[in-house]
Ligand binder design. Structure first.
Ligand SMILES: Cc1ncc(COP(=O)(O)O)c(C=O)c1O
Length: 452
């Protein structure tokens, strides 16, 4: 849009009507360009017209779109489908797939705790004592002393008055973002925030304003235009999950203070590894007191499943009694809570895990760049390798799998069209030998496919 305005300004059209006509023409050019990108995707993947340009419901058949959706089938037929691979072992630095051992660099198991015996044992012990599930929401019959213990431990860990558990990280974001901002409030949301935040904004009756990714000028421009009396929430990923970039928290806090907004940070990919004690990006930037809501998940560094939101007591109390994703969802199973509690204990007492992870990440980033791959602006344990074309990305994923490396090919809509990438992420228990093996395969496959 800004680009379009710039073009129009450059044309120096005087009359209003002339401007309108030109504006229409420029829009048309943009539409055509987008169309060409889609055509290219269709051609490279050899897809049929209907599923690249899915049609709406015709003749009242709700399932028509599903019958016409053949993209996945065609990618499978092309032999490069990378999703729903059934792993036959635990999630560790090595996994077994189709009977073959692969080095795993596609997991969010940042601290390597999914296979840690103490975490497993804690989980098993919890099942022995409490059984396998709670059969109800926290609100009614589903609260265990274990949940309360984890909430207290998390609040203390991240430096907030109170914390509240949700059953997944996804529903934590949906629950918080759809509940706190109400009718006359405004949510400012980074354009590439995680889908769970976006879905929270869609459920909220507040107005949502999306700002350009990590563009603080754009955020300030947008927020400065709005009514100062409205309640405002700026919500951002701490680490952006596909690109690995860090949010610009000092600027976000400055803007929030200037315009009276509250700040919420999603620490899914930063808790456990960022900050002196591993409390996340707010601790990393020394801004724990200035960030109102800290959100995290237990599915990554914590080697479990579930989510938390931490903040002031009143706000947590309000969410506890009004957030639908809290009240109408069964609580975290005991095994998950116990695993998260044990993982937290290990995280706090064994900082060497985090330190080793950063060594591995620094080594891999330098080496991958030296091989000639494009890795963007990552500053986290996620290293994206930009490929561009969807098919080439799928092909690269497949070839690496054949060579013994598990990676995640990521295409639109998880990233922008034409910016397909191989998402790699690292684990504290990876060895240098495993990394040398991976680099060797990257070099071989990268050259073979002309990526480097
Ligand atoms: C940034 C971010 N937030 C939230 C979530 C949702 O967390 P979970 O998968 O634990 O439900 C994810 C998961 O991938 C994520 O990457």
């Amino acid at each position: 849009m800004a680009k379009k305005k710039k073009i129009l300004r450059g044309l120096r059209v005087n009359s209003k009507r002339g401007m309108k006509n030109l504006s229409r023409k420029v829009s048309k050019i943009y539409r055509e360009q987008r169309f060409k990108v889609r055509l290219k995707a269709r051609d490279t993947l050899k897809l049929s017209e209907e599923h690249v340009f899915p049609t709406g419901t015709k003749k009242g058949d709700l399932f028509e779109k599903a019958h016409k959706f053949t993209t996945a089938k065609e990618i499978i037929a092309a032999g490069v489908y990378p999703y729903f691979r059934a792993i036959e072992s635990g999630q560790d630095t090595e996994v077994v797939y189709h009977g073959k051992t692969l080095i795993m660099i596609g997991s969010n198991n940042y601290l390597g705790l999914t296979s840690e015996p103490r975490v497993k044992e804690a989980s098993i012990e919890a099942i022995r004592k409490y059984g396998t599930g709670c059969s109800g929401s926290r609100f009614l019959n589903g609260t265990l002393d274990l949940h309360v213990k984890l909430e207290k431990a998390i609040a203390e860990f991240v430096g907030k008055e109170e914390a509240l558990l949700y059953s997944t990280g996804f529903t934590t974001n949906v629950g918080v973002v759809s509940t706190l901002p109400q009718k006359d409030d405004i949510i400012y949301c980074d354009r590439i925030n995680h889908a769970s935040i976006i879905d929270g904004t869609r459920l909220s009756i507040a107005k949502t304003v999306k700002y350009k990714h990590n563009d603080m000028e754009d955020l300030e421009r947008l927020i400065s235009k709005d009514n100062p009396k409205k309640g405002k929430l700026i919500v951002t990923d701490g680490v952006f999950s596909m690109e690995g970039e860090l949010c610009k928290l000092p600027d976000i806090v400055r803007i929030a203070q200037k315009y009276g907004a509250k700040v919420m940070v999603d620490d899914a990919h930063s808790v456990g590894i960022f900050g002196k004690t591993g409390a996340g990006v707010a601790e990393h930037f020394g801004l724990v007191d200035k960030v109102d809501l800290l959100m995290g998940t237990f599915s990554k560094s914590f080697a479990s499943m579930g989510g938390y939101i931490a903040g002031d007591s009143d706000v947590i109390g309000y969410l506890k009694h009004t957030s639908r994703a809290q009240i109408f969802q069964a609580s975290m199973p005991p095994a998950n809570v116990a695993a998260a509690l044990k993982a937290l204990e290990i995280m706090r007492t064994e900082p060497e895990r985090k330190e080793h992870l950063w060594k591995i990440v620094a080594f891999m980033l330098k080496s991958i760049r030296e091989l000639g791959f494009k890795t963007g602006h990552t500053e986290s344990a996620i290293i994206p390798i930009f490929i561009g074309d969807d098919f080439r990305c799928f092909k690269m994923g497949k070839r690496l799998e054949e060579e013994g490396v598990f990676v995640n090919p990521v295409v639109s809509p998880a990233v922008a069209q034409g910016q397909a990438l191989i998402r790699t992420s690292f684990t504290a228990t990876h060895t240098m030998k495993e990394m040398e093996f991976v680099l060797d395969k990257f070099k071989k496959v990268g050259k073979e496919l002309g990526v480097i």
